[in-house]
Design a protein around this ligand. Structure first.
Ligand SMILES: Nc1ncnc2c1ncn2[C@@H]1O[C@H](COP(=O)(O)OP(=O)(O)OP(=O)(O)O)[C@@H](O)[C@H]1O
Length: 260
């Protein structure tokens, strides 16, 4: 459903040019949850912005559902790390969630019903009349996820979505993402700095190397389901994969017995 072929991007030109993406190839199939990890500054956000049509890459192709991405696709939703800047403080929670649905031409009643349903799915059924600033950080990020969910995108992009919340909330949001994905068979591309998180939530973990970014690892995560914050993380297969991703991120040689 998402196909990226030989994607390159260079910021600037001449001696000050920065080659951020050095030929990325990636295929994501319907219903997959793929995590992208890599060292800081390696080009993860550049990749995500290219897929979202927010940045025109220097070279290569991106297609979503067979259609070339040359602007923001209609059936795409993005969840950013900074929930406080992605929600409108003067709008109620329900209005924030319903806002993008106007693009779909849904009438007010249907927008409201879809928003209420999505809020219920993220455990915020009682918060629809509140304003974002009346909610905790974790709750605000749930609102962002509900907004993406209500839109029913064919692809959900998540850029460090849990980077600004405490550890306990982070785990809750990881589990929420897994539930949402399973319930809607949604395709998700999630960028994270957190190697443990990538293995815990991902069906696949794609590792990028730095400057310019290329794919140096693409590991399938075959862990028994349903995943659980305690038992999954102590599973030897989880521990092994986490070490393998860690090696790849640090540019170390792969372990000979690594799963791939
Ligand atoms: N607008 C820009 N102009 C010039 N260079 C840029 C621009 N945006 C990003 N870069 C550079 O491109 C490289 C990749 O940046 P990007 O934000 O994609 O990395 P990242 O992997 O998402 O980083 P982090 O993990 O720290 O969020 C970095 O070296 C960054 O400094």
């Amino acid at each position: 459903m998402l196909e990226i072929s030989n994607l390159t991007h260079t910021y600037g030109s001449g001696p000050g040019a920065h080659h951020a993406l050095g030929g990325i190839d990636l295929r994501v199939t319907q219903g997959e949850l793929v995590c992208i990890v890599g060292p800081s500054g390696c080009g993860k956000s550049t990749l995500l912005r290219s897929i979202a049509g927010l940045l025109k890459p220097t070279g290569g192709t991106i297609t979503l559902g067979g259609t070339p991405v040359d602007r923001t696709p209609d059936d795409l939703a993005v969840v950013f790390q900074d929930y406080s800047r992605s929600l409108f403080p003067w709008m109620s929670v329900a209005d924030n969630v319903a806002l993008p649905l106007r693009r779909k031409g849904m009438d007010r009643g249907r927008r409201r019903a879809a928003a209420e349903e999505a809020l219920e799915q993220v455990g915020l059924a009682g918060a629809s009349g509140k304003y974002p600033w009346q909610l905790s950080g974790g709750m605000q990020q749930r609102v962002s996820i509900a907004r993406a969910l209500a839109y029913r995108p064919s692809l959900m992009l998540m850029d460090e979505p849990f980077g600004s919340v405490d550890a306990q909330t982070r785990e809750d949001l990881e589990d929420l993402t897994l539930r949402v994905r399973n319930h809607h068979n949604m395709t998700i591309l999630l960028i994270t700095h957190d190697i443990d998180e990538s293995v815990y939530v991902g069906d696949r973990v794609v590792v990028l190397a730095k400057a310019p970014a290329t794919v140096v690892g693409d590991l399938r995560v075959d862990l028994p389901g349903p995943r659980d914050q305690i038992t999954t993380r102590e599973n030897p297969a989880f521990v092994h994969l986490r070490a393998e991703v860690g090696r790849l991120v640090r540019g170390m040689r792969s372990h000979p017995a690594a799963a791939s």
